[in-house]
Design a protein. Structure first.
Length: 74
């Protein structure tokens, strides 16, 4: 039960921070372009490392747009 509560708080916090992001529209556009979820793009923009080519392309576009300053590859 405690794990469920912690998981719920984490999801709630992550979703709220996504919807309050000023770059939300750009995350949506990238997610449509690369056929992924906007949460994945949001997490990449906030430091989640990636190994797949799709994630690297998304990171490159985020870097070009100026949303991120450095690429964190695993």
């Amino acid at each position: 039960m405690i794990k469920l509560i912690i998981f719920y708080k984490f999801i709630k916090m992550n979703v709220l921070s996504f919807f309050s992001s000023k770059n939300r529209k750009f995350y949506w556009k990238l997610s449509i372009k690369y056929r992924t979820t906007p949460w994945f793009v949001y997490n990449l923009a906030h430091g989640k490392p990636t190994k797949n080519p799709k994630g690297r392309k998304i990171l490159k576009e985020l870097l070009e747009k100026g949303i991120i300053k450095d690429i964190n590859l695993a």
